[in-house]
Design a protein around this ligand. Structure first.
Ligand code: HEC
Length: 408
């Protein structure tokens, strides 16, 4: 049922976007990463489960944050916003929004597959009242018996968080690119305004090899020119432009990238995404980001042939554990996305450049708590306030730990 609603929505999305059905190839959905594989193989398998050939992929039939926290049944509601829906945080009031948008915003959405959506809706986990009830009479957490837990996500349920960069119609737009040689500024942050390299995304003829662009107060005289079709991208229509310009973070991102608000005819290019799947152990936490040299370096390693077309322009890293495999210096495993975590400051245990998905998501619990500073390694169950007795763990989902009070 949920799956059918997803397909219907996909068809409607394509109509809205004015795309031919053949432009979006939906490949294997529900393909589960196998736990007997090496972590990188598990990460790539998970990515392959959402990667269509060239279009916006299977996830356009998934449910977004507004569906998850909305009062009505998303599948039945005529007012359901089509893919990509509302930007992250739009369902909450301003002071409730997690302050991770910071000074370097990107246009960010969260998408839940039908299994994850069905689970959250079926157990009413989107309601603060329900979470409060579960703190009284919920099940004990199997790992931290002094805490409670929401019913665990069904195995294979997937959640994706996507980040998009605006590209101006018919023009050349600067796009910062993260390279492994980046180092944090004093204080730890390495947000995109400080990255050393910028490319020029050409939404027009892509003629010429280099283009001068100005970005965040710096001029790049010979920025490498790259064509729009190297990215998974979405056309911006009138409604999407209007939706996005109501959101403070998205508006700021457009001003930084384009120097003006988003307009009909612009594009959004997928620059990064997080994809987690509930699975044996702590699940699979894969993360990917666009790169102009996607076949070089450790993050390109082991990319399988099942990843095709434009999806091959994304580098990947993965965490299946907060500690293992250890880093070469013997410290706990690092896994971060330059677009999402690099901006996190150093609070004593390292900046976002040293973070690990699972270490932070283990802490997701209700009532709302701070997700920063970055911590490393195994959880500090006795000293960390996120693990205080009686708190409710939210299946490693931060969005559930911080439910919006009012939904549109
Ligand atoms: C220091 C903390 C921290 C780290 C490290 C971190 N995240 Fe998150 N993540 C968050 C917060 C907070 C949110 C909620 C954002 C919101 O709803 O505004 C989130 C949201 C998400 C979501 C959407 C579902 C949810 O939990 O609400 C996914 C999927 C996700 N992150 C995956 C990852 C992956 C993969 C990594 C590692 C590459 C990672 N995260 C690293 C804090 C973190």
């Amino acid at each position: 049922m949920a799956r059918m609603a997803g397909w219907r929505n996909l068809a409607r999305t394509m109509m809205m976007l004015g795309m031919a059905a053949s432009a979006i190839a939906v490949t294997a959905t529900g393909q589960e990463a196998r736990s007997d594989e090496e972590p990188r193989q598990r990460g790539w398998s998970l990515l392959a489960s959402v990667a269509g050939v060239d279009g916006v992929s299977a996830v356009s039939g998934w449910y977004n944050e507004a569906d998850l926290f909305g009062r009505g049944e998303a599948g039945r509601s005529m007012r359901r916003p089509v893919f990509p829906g509302l930007p992250i945080g739009a369902a909450g009031t301003m002071e409730q929004r997690l302050r991770h948008v910071a000074d370097a915003p990107v246009i960010t959405f969260v998408h839940y597959d039908p299994e994850a959506y069905g689970h959250v809706r079926g157990h009413r986990l989107y309601q603060a009242e329900r979470l409060t009830e579960l703190m009284q009479n919920g099940a004990r957490d199997p790992v931290y018996p002094h805490m409670l837990a929401i019913p665990p996500l069904p195995r294979g349920a997937r959640v994706l968080m996507s980040a998009w960069w605006p590209v101006g119609a018919g023009s050349v737009t600067p796009l910062p690119v993260w390279d492994p040689r980046e180092v944090a500024r004093p204080g730890g942050s390495n947000d995109y305004t400080s990255w050393r390299r910028v490319v020029a995304v050409d939404a027009g003829a892509a003629a010429g090899r280099a283009a001068p662009v100005t970005f965040a107060g710096r001029t790049f005289v010979t920025a490498r020119r790259v064509a729009l079709n190297r990215f998974i991208h979405l056309p911006v229509g009138r409604r999407l432009a209007a939706h996005l310009m109501e959101d403070a973070g998205a508006r700021k991102a457009a001003l930084i990238a384009l120097g003006r608000p988003l307009r009909t005819g612009d594009s959004l290019v997928l620059v990064a995404f997080h994809l987690m799947a509930a699975d044996a152990g702590m699940g699979v936490w894969a993360t990917a980001w666009w790169h102009d040299r996607p076949d070089e370096g450790v993050f390109a390693a082991d990319r399988p042939a099942t990843i095709r077309g434009r999806w091959r322009h994304y580098l990947m890293d993965v965490a299946v554990d907060p500690v293992l495999p250890l880093e070469p210096d013997g410290s706990p495993h690092i896994c971060f996305n330059p677009w999402f975590e690099a901006k996190f400051p150093d609070g004593g245990q390292g900046s976002g450049l040293k973070s690990n998905c699972i270490n932070c998501h283990e802490r997701a619990s209700y009532p709302p708590t701070e997700f920063l500073p970055v911590r490393r390694g195994t959880s500090d169950a006795s000293g960390d306030p996120a693990f205080a007795p009686g708190r409710l763990r939210t299946a490693r989902l931060w969005a559930l730990a911080n439910p919006p009070r009012e939904s549109p």
